[in-house]
Design a protein around this ligand. Structure first.
Ligand code: MOS
Length: 740
């Protein structure tokens, strides 16, 4: 007999085998008969106008079908159409090929469509664009005077008198921290295959996206179509990191080409073009902290300036965790935007939190050092038992256990010394650092459908996505266990606008939102099964109730010990299938609490004294994220977060040439991300945390908490190793060597 208890077990990914065998079909791989291929031409100036586009040479190339520009796209794309998408920030969304305005370097200015990709790419190189360039700027630090609060999203509440308390504090620090642009760099570049059906005036589209309804809403708005006329599929996502939260211009391009040419059209972005839309914005932080002699915080001032484009106001939650994470009566936070001539930034891997906590947790380390107390002790002395920001209790918070277990496993007490430069290993200075991580445990509305077939198969579906997070796995587990069907007979479907509504996959909220919907639809299926059993077997079921019945091993198990097999039940009752839909939303009781996941990161770094090279032999992270649904996929999420944290700390830097406003390192050779040699021993420990409030499954979400404290912990360890405080990321070797 199978055991159908799956939640909390390290179940393999149902999609894993397909992926490693190359059998998982990604958006750009749904090859169609008679398909055409597009290649995008990008602007070479950062601001100004297109004067002339000469495409004669390109059009002469055999196999080229059409060159689309703002001068020849259909008029219906310019009148009364909405180019926004569900995540569009305030402003005017970018409209591809709309007019002669150039808003940023790399902007698509033409689409060459040909019978094959190579021809399109070759011909794209022959398109000549003349520009009238205007002045531009791409550096927020040169434009601080343009900082604005206008259209900034969700400024947190301040409390007390931070300035007064800072002035009176016996110990203070005041420092500036800077983080450059990061580009998402998922393994799978953006890709779209659009199939226009001229007879029905409808689209079938395969799009690389973190939520199919985003693409659907965008195409509906742009092409003025009803919902039923736009079907989007994306069963697999080769990594997102936020790059797929908003539909991108290749979606528009493919749809345009297919509709006009009446053939299926495919447009994929090259790796270089993946640097031509959205990124984690450059950010400057100014932090002032004040504390008593004993390390108790009396003042926190946290001011942040984020980069945005000239056409949209993109906000991040950079300072929003500041008033939550530590106990302090005087907190003043502020967030402003600085528009520069780049594409609108986008959410990227723990947007805001990863940035803000780099600053705050570096500052906490600086203050602890100045006072002369252990940075771990400093955190404990300022532990927040209540969310002072929202004036609410936490739904659960095992951060204290995170600190304790990280310290025990890392050997913090034995290893750490307050004074830097205390330990050497050959040529390397050895240092230790730590930081706290925090991320909000959010829940969105989501729906799920369950079908139990008479052959015993359970099919549960929801229009969510799986960016690699393990969504297929955990949803299959929740569905199978709740209905009591073995996992081999359970299938979870996602990534299609035909399926019940679900939010985009982002914000670490999928387990919480879709998981709750799957749990609840499973419960609803239990009712269906029980009711059918009562109708079909009135004698066997007499004197039993739903609540004293169990659902396991493909059977309904009644209180009196009688078992009713699902297949037998449906067959006897003459039902092909049972079907039920559930719309889940956050419980109202949740609003009385603050729901956050927490983490503690401890890092050992080695810094070569002669060469400045930094390596990280050991990272320990402890995570309190509520119920861990699948330790294997959960660990994988956290490992990914750590690796990106190493990237942020030591490597990632989206450099824009100030003379041209163009990304200089738009490739994976020069935009450095961690490779195997950069990643050594990582230990992930999940701390027990029971949360009955956050949602029906008790899981807080793990997609982003893994990255949040990592960059600060590394920067703090670099200080401990070298005595050099680096406040500008990435910490490259020139910043730790004495070059003067
Ligand atoms: Mo995430 S940056 O919300 O995809």
């Amino acid at each position: 007999m199978t055991n159908t208890q799956y939640i909390g077990k390290s179940v393999d990914r149902p999609d894993g085998r397909k992926k490693v065998l190359g059998q998982a079909t990604y958006a750009g791989e749904f090859t169609q008969e008679n398909m055409v291929y597009g290649y995008i031409v990008q602007s070479e100036i950062a601001n100004g106008k297109i004067v002339k586009i000469d495409m004669k040479q390109a059009e002469k190339v055999e196999g080229v079908l059409r060159v689309f520009t703002h001068e020849n796209i259909p008029q219906y794309l310019k009148i009364n159409v909405d180019y926004s998408d569900p995540l569009a920030p305030p402003g005017n969304p970018f409209r591809p090929l709309y007019n002669d305005n150039i808003l940023y370097n790399g902007q698509p200015v033409a689409l060459v469509v040909a019978e094959d990709f190579e021809t399109a790419r070759f011909a794209a190189g022959l398109v000549q664009v003349e520009y009238k360039a205007e002045k531009f700027s791409v550096d927020i630090r040169e434009n601080l005077g343009k900082a604005t609060h206008k259209d900034v999203d969700d400024s947190p509440k301040n409390r007390g008198d931070a300035e007064g308390a800072f002035a009176k504090a016996p110990h203070t620090i005041s420092a500036e921290y800077y983080q450059p642009r990061h580009f998402h760099n998922p393994m799978e570049p953006h890709a779209t295959i659009a199939i226009w059906n001229d007879k029905n005036a409808s689209f079938k589209i395969y799009d690389k996206i973190q939520g199919v309804r985003s693409s659907q809403a965008y195409i509906r708005g742009v092409f003025s179509l009803e919902k039923e006329k736009v079907a989007i599929s994306c069963p697999f996502v080769g990594g997102g990191f936020g790059a797929g939260l908003r539909p991108q211009y290749q979606l528009f391009m493919a749809a345009l080409a297919s509709k006009v040419l009446k053939r299926p059209a495919k447009v994929t972005l090259t790796r270089r073009q993946m640097f031509s839309f959205g990124h984690r914005p450059a950010n400057l932080q100014r932090i002032k902290l004040g504390a008593e002699e004993n390390g108790k915080l009396t003042a926190i001032q946290h001011e942040s300036f984020g980069e945005t484009s000239t056409f949209e106001k993109f906000s991040e939650m950079v300072v929003n965790f500041t008033g939550v994470i530590y106990d302090c009566d005087n907190v003043d936070t502020d967030y402003q935007l600085i528009p520069v001539n780049v594409y609108t930034p986008m959410d990227t891997r723990a947007p805001g939190g990863a940035t803000g906590m780099f600053g705050l947790e570096s500052a906490m380390d600086e203050l602890a050092y100045k006072i002369g107390i252990d940075p771990l002790e400093m955190r404990l002395r300022n532990y927040a038992d209540r969310d002072q920001n929202a004036d609410k209790p936490f739904s659960s918070k095992e951060l204290r256990a995170c600190y304790q277990q990280a310290a025990d496993s890392f050997g913090w007490k034995e290893k750490y010394t307050l004074q830097p430069r205390q330990k050497k290993d050959g040529h390397a200075l050895v240092g230790y650092g730590m930081a706290t991580g925090i991320w909000e445990a959010m829940q969105q509305k989501a729906s799920a459908q369950a079908i139990l077939q008479s052959d015993g198969k359970l099919i549960v579906s929801s229009g969510t996505a799986d960016n690699g997070a393990g969504t297929y796995a955990i949803m299959t587990q929740i569905a199978a266990e709740t209905v009591g069907v073995s996992i081999e007979k359970t299938e979870f479907r996602l990534g299609d606008t035909d399926l019940p509504k679900a939010p985009i996959q982002g914000g670490s909220w999928t387990a919480s939102s879709v998981g709750s919907a799957v749990r609840m639809v499973g419960k609803a299926m239990q009712i269906k099964i029980y009711d059918l059993a009562c109708k079909t077997y009135p004698v066997k079921t007499s004197n039993t109730t739903l609540s004293d019945s169990k659902f396991e091993n493909n059977q309904l198990v009644l209180k009196n010990g009688t078992t009713i097999d699902f297949t037998e039940l449906l067959t006897t009752a003459g039902e092909d299938q049972l079907k039920v839909l559930h719309n889940a939303k956050p419980e109202e009781s949740r609003s009385d609490y603050s729901c956050y996941a927490h983490a503690c990161v401890m890092v050992e770094v080695n810094v070569d004294e002669d060469l400045g090279m930094i390596t990280i032999p050991k990272i320990v992270i402890t995570v309190a994220g509520g119920k861990i649904l699948n330790p294997k996929t959960a660990r994988s999420q956290i490992l990914g977060g750590i690796v990106w944290g190493i990237g942020a700390a030591l490597e990632e830097d989206g450099m824009i040439d100030p003379n041209y406003g163009r990304i200089m390192n738009a490739n994976l050779a020069e935009y450095h991300v961690p490779v195997h040699a950069d990643v050594q021993d990582m230990e992930v420990i999940f701390v027990e945390e029971e949360d009955k409030i956050v949602n029906p499954i008790g899981a807080k979400g793990l997609g982003e908490i893994g990255i949040v404290g990592v960059a600060a912990a590394i920067a703090n360890a670099v200080f401990n190793a070298t005595g050099r405080r680096v406040r500008e990321l990435p910490i490259t070797l020139d910043k730790v060597l004495d070059l003067d």
